[in-house]
Design a protein around this ligand. Sequence first.
Ligand code: R1P
Ligand code: GUN
Length: 323
Amino acid sequence: MERKQHQNGRAGLRALASGGGSMCLEQTVSGDDTPYPYEVIKESADFLLSRTKLRPKIGVICGSGLGALAEQLEDRDIFPYDTIPNFPVSTVAGHAGRMVIGTLDGVAVMCMQGRFHSYEGYPLWKCAMPVRVMKLMGVDQLLVTNAAGGINRQFNIGDIMIIKDHINMQGFAGDSPLRGRNDERYGPRFPAMNNAYDRTLRQKTLELVKELGLQDVVREGVYVMLGGPTYETVAELNLLRVVGVDAVGMSTVPEVVVARHCGMRVFAFSLITNMCIIEYETEAKASHTEVIETATMRQKDLQKLARLIIKIMSEDGYEAGDE
Ligand SMILES: O=P(O)(O)O[C@H]1O[C@H](CO)[C@@H](O)[C@H]1O
Ligand SMILES: Nc1nc2[nH]cnc2c(=O)[nH]1
């Protein structure tokens, strides 16, 4: 049964800031350098918790053109991002821009139908801020999906790459969603990032993809996030290939870093929506139209895979600190 679409207006920072000191709080919480304080994240979490009966322990982030999974949820509560206090808004084609809370095969799930990217003008901490909202709502396992360009020449358009590791390019350059004062209520100052993509979940998924008939299109590989919004030059792609990158995108890494910092178990996959053009003698060009077209074409298989992963996550059970 479809429940109502919430449009309660934007309580948010303005309300929080009202009644003296508003200038100061507005400046503190909206400045790009300063991640939202715990209380602001909690306000967003409490808002959602007070408007849904469900208590999801699994979160999903849908990549470009991959939002149809949210349509599969039953008994849905839908929250457009501009109605959730303190939330950014999606500005990219293929990102509907709403939080959908519902059940999938009887399991409560909260699903971001659209995400936030650095190239939209958001600092990395804001790109990843919904992960902390999920955390404060009780989510402890996160499925992250994205559209990515294939660099590994063994890949084909439409393949699904289970992410086994990432290269945090922004981190190399001194930026991080965790930059700034550390809040120990989420996690430690220096979180480990090896095994960021849970080994057990990856192994179980690889064992079971045969049952879905996806064994020939599922791969494992290394993902890199670049800032975008430009697609890559040939020289950039050659560099990425040399350092062991299998697929390139413009998202995911900040979300995973923040999720791991607060102890969530993470699984992520990329849909290879296009093969990166690593030669000069061609008129071919990367385009977001191709990205959305491939995502739309592969929708059904991606939904099957996501359902499988959510089933594995829910059967395993997990709580932060279980590792
Ligand atoms: O990573 P997602 O959000 O799936 O989208 C990918 O596709 C878009 C480019 O076509 C970029 O936003 C890139 O990051
Ligand atoms: N950076 C980058 N992001 C993508 N998202 C989907 N395809 C691509 C790509 O080729 N490059």
